[in-house]
Design a protein around this ligand. Structure first.
Ligand code: NDP
Ligand code: 8X3
Length: 255
């Protein structure tokens, strides 16, 4: 069953990891794509790859979700905003793992600006059109860090707690419409996430995934497609997905 055929999805952070894997998975379902992120070369490469394999429409443009003016200008373009059936609020990052009294203020601001404010800026532009059309599906990338904090997780965990709260709020504020809102809360997924968190320190990043099989970006994309493809009367509001080796942020079995 493919309920997604010919729909259009806007993905933030489509240049890597979960966003990129979901773009590929949705292309396979015949979904037209609006792919965004800051790295233009990666967007171009992905568009080329997808167009050579799938008969869909793809629009790409660079977008920094922390820049409210840019978000407003680029997403407000009428041909873009009127056609969005699916919004994947995926762009996000962790920066650093310092204790609360040692944290880098620029890192804190980067996480708050991207994970909370960026998600809000995009949603504020897209949701009014979904309401006008009385249809749509918003998927927000939360995390197990949005349920439970862990040492050094402080501000990142706070931003993901905020994402969970905003997702719940979206569902409440959109009651009476056909717009569905889903939060995905993954455990460890091997992407560029840890390289970004440790500011490019490969050794530290690789250690995060040592001794067990982490989730892959494709595992999350599969879940996202399942949630989006559910019949219109089914709203999967919250989905937590973990590697089998991990049961919560602290409880992780390494060989
Ligand atoms: P990646 O680092 O692989 O991908 C992050 C994506 O976000 C990139 O495409 C990046 O694109 C984009 N991005 C970052 N900052 C901005 C910005 N200011 N404006 C626009 N795009 C931005 O990590 P993941 O795929 O793992 O992360 C995706 C989401 O999943 C994040 O919200 C993360 O918090 C969440 N998550 C990840 C988990 C994990 O273990 N990996 C677990 C739970 C949740 P570009 O740099 O080109 O702008
Ligand atoms: C990413 C998962 O546990 O590193 O959100 O915070 S974790």
């Amino acid at each position: 069953m493919n309920n997604l055929q010919n729909k259009t999805a806007l993905i933030t952070g489509a240049t890597s990891g979960i966003g990129k894997a979901t773009a590929i998975a949705l292309a396979k379902m015949n979904v037209n794509l609006i792919l965004t992120g800051r790295r233009k070369d990666r967007l171009k490469e992905l568009k080329k790859e997808l167009l050579s394999n799938y008969d869909i429409k793809i629009n790409i443009f660079t977008l920094d979700v922390t820049n409210q003016e840019e978000v407003q200008k680029k997403i407000s373009h009428s041909t873009i905003k009127q056609n969005i059936d699916i919004l994947l609020n995926n762009a996000g990052l962790a920066l650093g793992m310092g204790k609360i009294d040692e944290g880098d203020i620029a890192d804190w601001e980067g996480m708050i600006d991207t994970n909370i404010k960026g998600l809000l800026y995009i949603s504020r532009v897209v949701i009014p059109h979904m309401r006008e059309n009385n249809k749509g599906h918003i998927i927000n990338l939360g995390s197990i860090a949005g349920e439970m904090t862990y040492p050094g997780g402080n501000v990142y965990c706070a931003t993901k707690h905020a994402v969970h709260a905003l997702s719940e709020s979206m569902n409440i504020d959109l009651v009476g419409t056909n717009i569905r809102v889903s939060t995905i809360a993954p455990g460890a997924v091997e992407t560029e996430f840890s390289n970004v968190r440790f500011h490019g320190d490969e050794q530290k990043a690789n250690k995060v995934y040592e001794g067990y099989t982490p989730l892959s970006a494709d595992d999350i994309a599969d879940l996202i497609v399942y949630i989006l493809n559910a019949p219109d009367h089914v709203n999967i509001q919250y989905a937590k997905i973990m590697p089998t080796a991990q049961r919560n942020p602290y409880t992780l079995h390494r060989d």
